[in-house]
Design a protein around this ligand. Structure first.
Ligand code: C5P
Length: 228
C-alpha cells in the first residue's frame, strides 16, 4: 500500500443521489486530488448499447458497449471528452446502466480502467477519489479512507427531482421515487459486487447536512489519516 502522504486513495460509495458525487467533486477540489465518477463508466457503456438499439441486460450487448467505451477512452485526450455527454445524466441512462452493471462480465471489463486510475500517481496531485458502488469493497479494498454516503430515500428522490427539473425535464416526484427504489433494489441485490458499505467504511448520512457540512466531516477524516 502506498504512503497516504504521497498518494492517498479515497473510496466513496453509496446509492444514487446520496451526495457522494458532490462530495467527491468538493473533496477533489479541496485536496487537489484527481476524481473518477465510476458511475459515468457504466452510464457511458449503457449509452453505447442504447445507441445501437441493444439491450443492456444482455451480456453480449453489454460487453460490446463496454468495449466501445474502452476504445473511446483509449483514443481520447482526457476522460471528460468521453464522459461529459449530458445524455449520460438522464434517468433512462441510469436505469440502463444499473441493468448493465448487474452483468459480471461487464463489471470485469470496466475494472482495469478504475484500478489503473486509482494507482497511477500523477505529478502535482496528492491522490485520487473514486466514487461508485463497489469502490471500497472490490475496486480499492486497500483504500486509505472509505466513506459510505447515504441519505433517506425521500430526500434522495427530492434531490434527483430538483436536478432533473433544473435541466428542463418534465418529471414527477412519484416517477423519480419509483425509479430510485427500483434502481436501489437492483444495485443492492445483484450477485456480483452489490452495493453495501465495506466493513471498515465510515458512514455519513447527508439527509440533514449541507454540502459544506458533509465536506467538513470528510476533511476531518482525511486529517486523521494524515496524522496517524
Ligand atoms: O452513480 P450513478 O447513478 O451514475 O451510477 C449509475 C449506475 O451504475 C448505478 O445505478 C449502478 O448500477 C452502476 N454502478 C455500479 N458500480 C459503480 C458505479 C455505478 O454498479 N462503481
Amino acid at each position: 500500500m502506498t504512503n497516504p502522504d504521497e498518494h492517498m486513495i479515497i473510496a466513496l460509495d453509496g446509492p444514487a443521489a446520496s451526495g457522494k458525487g458532490t462530495l467527491a467533486k468538493n473533496l477533489a477540489m479541496a485536496l487537489n486530488f484527481r476524481h473518477m465518477d465510476t458511475g459515468a463508466l457504466y452510464r457511458a457503456s449503457a449509452y453505447e448499447v442504447l445507441q445501437n438499439q441493444g439491450d443492456p441486460s444482455r451480456e453480449d450487448d453489454a460487453l460490446a458497449g463496454c468495449n466501445t467505451l474502452k476504445s473511446k477512452i483509449l483514443g481520447a485526450e482526457n476522460l471528460n471528452d468521453v464522459l461529459g455527454n449530458p445524455d449520460l445524466r438522464k434517468d433512462e441512462t441510469g436505469t440502463a446502466a444499473s441493468k448493465l452493471a448487474a452483468i459480471p462480465a461487464a463489471r470485469e471489463a470496466l475494472k482495469s480502467i478504475q484500478i489503473d486510475f486509482a494507482h497511477e500517481q500523477k505529478q502535482g496531485y496528492g491522490g485520487v477519489i473514486l466514487d461508485g458502488r463497489d469502490i471500497g469493497t472490490v475496486i480499492c479494498p486497500n483504500a486509505h479512507l472509505k466513506l459510505y454516503i447515504e441519505a433517506d430515500t425521500e430526500v434522495r428522490a427530492k434531490r434527483r427531482l430538483k436536478e432533473l427539473q433544473s435541466k428542463g425535464l418534465d418529471v414527477t416526484y412519484s416517477a423519480v421515487f419509483a425509479e430510485m427504489r427500483e434502481r436501489d433494489a437492483r444495485d443492492t441485490q445483484r450477485d456480483t459486487a452489490p452495493l453495501h458499505a465495506a466493513s471498515d467504511a465510515i458512514m455519513i448520512n447527508t439527509s440533514h447536512l449541507s454540502e459544506e457540512e458533509v465536506l467538513s466531516k470528510a476533511l476531518s477524516c482525511v486529517r486523521e489519516i494524515r496524522h496517524s
